[in-house]
Design a protein around this ligand. Structure first.
Ligand code: GLY
Length: 419
C-alpha cells in the first residue's frame, strides 16, 4: 500500500517511522514532512491545513491510504474530503473531531453522559464570565472554546489573572474566533496522565499511558510549550486505575460519541487528572499527542498500518495489539528562546552518534543550501530511548542527547522526574 501521512512534526516522524516497519507499506509520502521524515518518506510540499491541495494531490498520485495526524486538518474536515474523493483515510471526521475543536462541546458531552470532569460553565458574554470568576474565586481555569495552537488554556492563580485571560480571549480576540466563547472550570489537582486510545467507533484499545512535560523549564516552571518531553508508561497509572478509566471514561466517551451520531474513529487522546476523588478528564484531543506519540509508538510491537486500517473498518477487536514490556522517554531538544522567538538555520551535529542508541525524531529541521541538517523550528528534535524500566529509558535519552549539539540548544533536565 502507498500511504500518505499529513503533518510535519515529531509526532508525524514517529508515525512514519512506525509505518515504515509494516510489510504492508510500499511507498510512504508525508506532507509537508521535514528533513528527518525525508529519510523514510517522500515529502510533498503541501501545508497540512490545505485540504483542497491535499485531496487533489492524493487523487493525482498513487495513494491508497491517508493518515491525518494534526488537529487542524481534522477539524477542517480533511478526512471527510478525502473519503468523499474515494480515498480511504485514518482519523475522525469533522463531526467527531469537534471533541477537541470545541471545549464547550466536550464539556457538554461529559455532563450529558456522566463522564467525570471538573464542573464548568460556558460564556459568550464577557460580563457574565467576569462575574462568574469573581463569584468562584481562584485558582480557576479559563479555556478558549476553539483550537488555539495549544495556548488557549490559562490556569489562573488569582481572580485578576483569570479575568484578564477572559478579557484577552473575548474582548482582545487573542485567539480570534476560537476565544469568542470561553469555558470556565474548576481547578483540579493531582498527577496528569495521557492515555491515547485507538478506537473504531465501537471498540477501544488504550495504549500504554504517557506523560507530557508542558512547561519550558525544569521543575515545571516557565511558559507553556508544545511539550518538552514525555515518558511512557506512567508509574502512577496503575492497572486498577486503567480498569476504572476504561469503565468510567474511555468506553463511555466512545459510546457517547456514537450515540450522538458522531462515531469517533482514530486516536482519541484522554488528558486525565488523577484527583483524590478519582480520575477525571482534563481534555480530549482528536489525535496522537506530541511528544507522547514518540514515546508510546516506540513501544509498539504490532503493525501500525494494520491497526489504522482496522480503526477505519470497525474491526479493531480482531487485531492483536502488542507492546514491549519496557519504558520509553522522549527528550525534546528545542531552540534557545522557544516558546518565544528563536533563530533558525543553525547547523546540528551528532545526529548519527545519537542514533546509535536512541531514535531521534525530527520536529523542526531542514537541509540548508549545502545539504547540512539545520534547525527550522522551536522544537527541533525528540531523542527517544527505550529501556527495561523508566530510569533506563530516561538515562538512554539523556545519554544520546549529549552527543547532539546546535547553538543555543535548550532542553529540560528533569523529564520523568518532574511530578
Ligand atoms: N502533548 C499535548 C498535545 O499534543 O496536545
Amino acid at each position: 500500500m502507498n500511504v500518505l501521512v499529513v503533518g510535519g512534526g515529531g509526532r508525524e516522524h514517529a508515525i512514519v517511522w512506525a509505518l515504515a516497519k509494516s510489510p504492508k507499506v510500499d511507498t510512504l509520502y508525508c506532507a509537508p514532512g521535514n528533513a528527518g521524515i525525508a529519510q523514510l518518506a517522500q515529502c510533498v510540499p503541501i501545508q497540512a491545513t490545505d485540504v483542497e491541495a491535499m485531496v487533489a494531490w492524493a487523487k493525482e498520485n498513487p495513494v491508497d491510504f491517508v493518515v491525518v495526524a494534526p488537529d487542524d486538518p481534522l477539524a477542517l474536515g480533511m478526512v471527510d474530503a478525502l473519503e468523499a474523493a474515494g480515498i480511504p483515510a485514518f482519523g475522525p471526521r469533522k463531526n467527531a473531531a469537534v471533541i477537541e475543536a470545541s471545549k464547550s462541546f466536550s464539556k457538554d458531552l461529559m455532563a450529558k453522559y456522566h463522564i467525570p470532569t471538573a464542573r464548568y460553565q460556558t460564556f459568550t458574554e464577557l460580563d457574565g464570565a467576569l462575574a462568574y470568576l469573581q463569584e468562584q474565586g481562584a485558582p480557576i481555569v479559563v479555556k478558549a472554546d476553539g483550537l488555539a495552537l495549544g495556548k488557549g488554556v490559562v490556569v489562573a492563580q488569582s481572580v485578576e489573572e483569570a479575568q484578564q485571560a477572559a478579557r484577552d480571549m473575548m474582548a482582545g480576540k487573542k485567539f480570534g474566533q476560537a476565544g469568542a466563547k470561553v469555558v470556565i472550570e474548576a481547578c483540579m489537582t493531582g498527577p496528569e496522565v495521557t492515555v491515547l486510545c485507538f478506537t473504531d467507533g465501537t471498540h477501544v484499545v488504550p495504549m500504554p499511558s504517557s506523560q507530557d512535560h508542558k512547561r519550558a523549564y525544569d521543575g515545571n516552571q516557565g511558559p507553556n510549550t508544545g511539550g518538552m518531553g514525555a515518558i511512557s508508561p506512567v508509574p502512577a497509572y496503575t492497572p486498577e486505575l486503567a480498569k476504572l478509566c476504561m469503565e468510567t471514561i474511555f468506553q463511555p466517551t466512545v459510546d457517547a460519541m456514537a450515540a450522538e451520531g458522531r462515531p469517533f474513529q482514530g486516536v482519541l487522546y484522554f488528558g486525565l487528572m488523577l484527583t483524590p476523588q478519582g480520575p477525571k478528564v482534563v481534555e480530549y484531543n482528536s489525535r496522537f499527542g506530541d511528544p507522547e506519540c514518540q514515546a508510546v509508538l516506540s513501544l509498539l510491537e504490532s503493525d501500525l498500518l494494520e491497526i489504522f486500517l482496522a480503526c477505519r473498518s470497525g474491526t479493531l477487536d480482531q487485531v492483536d495489539i502488542r507492546w514491549k514490556d519496557a519504558s520509553a522517554c522522549c527528550l525534546v531538544l528545542a531552540s534557545g528562546g522557544y516558546p518565544g522567538s528563536y533563530a533558525k538555520g543553525l547547523p546540528i551535529s551528532g545526529l548519527e552518534e545519537a542514533g546509535e542508541t536512541a531514535v531521534v525524531f525530527h520536529a523542526g529541521t531542514a537541509l540548508d543550501g549545502q545539504g547540512r541538517m539545520v534547525t527550522n523550528g522551536g522544537r527541533v528534535l525528540g531523542v527517544t530511548a527505550v529501556g527495561k524500566d523508566l530510569e533506563a529509558a530516561i538515562a538512554g535519552a539523556y545519554e544520546a542527547a549529549r552527543k547532539i549539539s546546535f547553538e543555543n540548544m535548550h532542553f529540560r533536565h528533569d523529564i520523568g522526574h518532574a511530578f
